[in-house]
Design a protein around this ligand. Structure first.
Ligand code: FAD
Length: 491
């Protein structure tokens, strides 16, 4: 099924332990700081019911309709259709919602593809994963995920932390399931989600860490689960969309999850206590590939918007006539096109597995994840350097409707008769992207959403496909070796 926005919000009314600023949020659907983001997520659910977007965002199976994120593609056209769905989802939020419901739906589809892998580590592990996929898909649930341990002391493995229950671990095994205690981070969208999925992020567990090796999912309403949210950047729900076009609607809240003796029923334990499973899951299952598809589509949507905004900003005061400004704009446009090209390569040069499942080109996907944060940082820096004072001198919408409206429109005017309210609108968007707290969070998100970039890059250096280049290198070295004893020779 596909839920409507209202059905999604109604599901969140069930009691759960969400904390902001030390106080319990009694009803997440009514909390001012959550209301606008919640509306934005609800809109994504509603769009799946519209004539305009239904075909792009959903598919049918045995007479039922589902979010396309759940589809396991077995043709190239299906892989492309998923790409279009992610583009459509991303455009609906201007690429600002990285962890909307479709994001984890994609990841859970990746889990289901790898169901057999779980059988080697957990009795009926594969079946449990498949049942979970069907449960989430059939009920169109919103899942959040928390993979990392609290930062605490990164120089020590989990079992050597001062408090053995700081990192999430098994406290007890019972006939009903595992009792777990400790914390996991960082769960984006946790207060807006129905389920939390916990699995290892690829950091290597060492002997002694067995109790910390866990993969499971439970409802966010589970007794003992506490969601400790970071301070919201936008605390009220009355920001004007003219003034803060993105911040007013798209703040994804992040949370630390504390599991205070929480029961995970056996049917939701996908594996436990296995270092081998924990250390390999990220690399041996389809979760990263499936989730990555949405991520790179979203990144390209937002980078296009960001470059277009930078250009509009410069055009508004005609700084784009200067070659130095033109060069900066040209460079970030090239970065956007490079990101687009990697996305194209990922989708158009897929890998087809033995079971017929289509995967994105893994090298292009990882290259995108590793390069995009630097591209995006350069885009924001260009906005700041070219926008200069214009990014600060941005009055509110009130100035253009109040008693100084004429002055405001005259003196905030742009080039070629552009009224002040139009020029300021572009500058406000530019600042929301490049300077405001939401923009800063988004660039931080781009840096870290794939996991610690250092580990990803290091793994990439060992897995990247370079056969042609290596053969060329071998030929060149071979050629040179023939001349080892020759000294200088003319060819
Ligand atoms: C905005 C945002 C949203 C996020 N959303 C989610 C989410 O929804 N779900 C989720 O699970 N995670 C999420 N994350 C977490 C993200 O996956 C992590 O930030 C990322 O994996 C890096 O881990 P860390 O933050 O714990 O950094 P750390 O591991 O603490 O690293 C900090 C620094 O120390 C270095 N370092 C750490 N350990 C080592 C080591 N062993 N050897 C060498 N250097 C080391 C790192 O290179 C880095 O420079 C989010 C993060 C951000 C910023």
């Amino acid at each position: 099924m596909i839920r409507t926005g209202d059905q999604y919000i109604a599901g969140l009314e069930a009691p759960r332990e969400v904390y902001v600023g030390g106080e319990r949020v009694e009803d997440v659907t009514k909390y001012p700081a959550f209301r606008r983001p919640l509306d934005s997520y609800a809109r994504l659910y509603d769009l799946k019911h519209t004539a305009e977007f239904q075909d792009a965002m959903t598919y049918t199976e045995n007479g039922d309709r589902f979010d396309l994120s759940y589809l396991v593609p077995t043709t190239h056209d299906q892989l492309r259709a998923k790409g279009l769905a992610y583009k459509t989802f991303s455009e609906a939020s201007y690429g600002c919602l990285g962890r909307g419901p479709e994001s984890m739906a994609a990841l859970v589809a990746g889990l289901s593809v790898s169901a057999d892998w779980f059988d080697q580590y957990e009795k009926d592990g594969g079946q449990k994963v498949t049942d979970y996929y069907n449960h989430v898909k059939d009920n169109d649930l919103f899942v959040t995920h928390a993979l990392g341990n609290p930062q605490s002391d990164r120089s020590k493995p989990s079992h050597q932390q001062k408090n053995p229950y700081l990192h999430l671990r098994i406290k007890e095994k019972t006939s009903k399931g595992l009792i777990i205690r400790g914390a996991k981070q960082l769960a984006t969208s946790a207060p807006f989600a129905d389920e939390v999925l916990v699995f290892p992020n690829g950091r290597q567990f060492v002997p002694g860490d067995e109790a910390y090796c866990l993969c499971f999912s439970i409802p966010t309403t589970s007794p003992g689960l506490k969601l400790l949210c970071r301070e919201p950047f936008v605390k009220e729900d009355n920001l004007n969309v003219y003034d803060q076009p993105l911040s007013s609607r798209y703040e994804e809240i992040d949370a630390l999850l504390v599991f205070d003796d929480v029961l995970v029923p056996w049917d939701r334990v996908f594996f436990h206590s296995s270092k081998e499973a924990a250390n390999n899951m990220r690399f041996m299952t389809a979760v990263a590939s499936f989730a990555g598809h949405l991520s790179i589509q979203r990144a390209v949507v937002r980078s296009g918007l960001t470059v277009a905004t930078a250009m509009a900003l410069c055009d508004s005061v005609k700084t784009n006539v200067f070659p130095n400004v033109g060069e900066m704009l040209g460079r970030i446009a090239a970065m956007h096109k490079a990101a687009e090209a990697l996305l194209y390569r990922a989708e158009e040069d897929p890998r087809v597995a033995e079971d017929g499942v289509y995967y994105l080109n893994a090298d292009a996907l990882t290259a995108h994840g590793l390069l995009f944060p630097d591209f995006y940082t350069a885009m924001l820096e260009t906005i700041k350097r070219t926008g200069a004072a214009g990014l600060m001198l941005t009055p509110t919408s009130g100035e253009f409707r109040g008693e100084v409206a004429d002055f405001a429109n005259t003196y905030f005017a742009g080039a070629e008769g552009m009224p002040g309210e139009e020029r300021v609108q572009v500058a406000k968007l530019a600042w929301d992207l490049a300077g405001g707290p939401i923009g800063q969070r988004l660039v931080h998100y781009e840096r870290f959403y794939i996991g610690e970039p250092m580990f990803v890059a290091s793994f990439f250096s060992r897995s990247v496909g370079l056969d042609d280049a290596r053969q060329l290198l071998a030929r060149l070295l071979e050629e040179g070796r023939k001349y080892l004893d020759e000294g200088f020779v003319s060819l």
